[in-house]
Ligand binder design. Sequence first.
Ligand SMILES: [Zn+2]
Length: 491
Amino acid sequence: MRIFTATLGTETNTFAPLPTNLESFRDLVCVSGDDIISGRCEPSAAGQALLSVRQDRPIEIIHGLSASAQPGGVTTRAAYEHLRGQLLDDLAAAGKVDGVLLNLHGAMIADGYLDCEGDILRRVRARTGPDIPVCVVLDPHCHLSEEMLQYADAISCYKEYPHTDVEECLIQMADLLVRIVDGRHKPVQSVFDCRMISILHTREEPVRSIIDRIRTLEQTEADILSISIVHGFPWGDSPDMGTRVLVITDAAPEKGARIAREIGLDLFTHRDSSGRKLLTLEEATREALRASERPLVIADSSDNPGGGAPSDSMRLIRSLMEKGVTNAAAAFIWDPGAVAIAHRAGEGARLPIRIGGKTSVLCGPPLDLGLTVKRVMENLSEVFAGLTWNTGPAAVVEGGGFELVLTTNRIQCFTPEAFRQAGIRPEDKSILVVKSSQHFRSAFEPLAGRILYAEPPGVLDTRLDTLPFRHVQRPRWPFDPDPFGSAGGQP
Ligand SMILES: [Zn+2]
């Protein structure tokens, strides 16, 4: 059995100011299959998943392109077409294959392409013909389109947010693909559109119970091959943006449709309570001054680079400084210019530096402050979701009660390692500000006295009516309070 695998993806925030280009992919991961075969680099997570299901089966794995970029603004046409071309060339060079496993994030929007993954799958299908199984793994923060469903045999999303089950999901899909190639299953995909836009937190009720129920159904019902909740990515202005439930059965479309509808309506019923209450800038500042639990971890969620934001908003940090907080630290603030100045001045130097606030009016003005350069470093790195994320040249500057970790690359703060590598002991701090919406949580929870979620105005604002959508299909809650009623349906 010969299986071709490839990875291509990013999460496009159509409201973010920084375009995603080929450099953005090279900054994170961009390797061709040749590098993997020659041993110059590790196989991608999808390739690893196939390696792990291969143990007792004779499978030849052909590793194609592996390219991922940090979430950002719209992908340039040149970058998208180049990477798509590389993936298709790798597939053509693989010759005759028995199956295809693709790891696509599912929320890439490129200049001229509102549905990159639908476009990729249509072209992959044109090469493989109708009979070769094509299986796909997506991040739940994706846009599931008709075209994707039409050209893929089986699609599934990670279940957990934070995404702690990426590897598990890839292995499950690799295993399913092999069984489909063996002729043991005839997958049928059934979808229910919840007609809503939401942020689903799978560690919290009511979503936690729904995820647990899905896992039980997958384990106990023989004809259910996979169930996914497509959360959707609210800051991607795609016609397909929104929450859906996708059930794959073994040739049982009616059962699949029934289960997808049941779960989808359950999510819709809880639409008001499935989101998290985020604190306004003023509320977060007030709460930070009042709270006694230490360290207090505050997520600066509307400036999370993981959702495409610049990570250079100083709104929250400035507000806390103005109230006189002390013994605080923040990571990571994207400011290559300020890093260069700090490196030039050297450790111990004291000088005025302008920090952040350089890319979008949504993020507010920069912070001008007299600062001490505490540390300069060539790189810091974090491992998260199977990838190594590098900051590039970085610096720690101190002033106004804060130690600020500045970076050259735009990187989400995933773990306390972000602070430790910068020479800051996070457990000794009173306040830690992290540029992250949710992924920080698993690693910070054990040391946090308490966690707050703040939402200063920014690129990832959850008050969606502040953003200029053009393409998203209607009716869709919360834009339309009664999306089923107005369409003549009933929830
Ligand atoms: Zn995600």
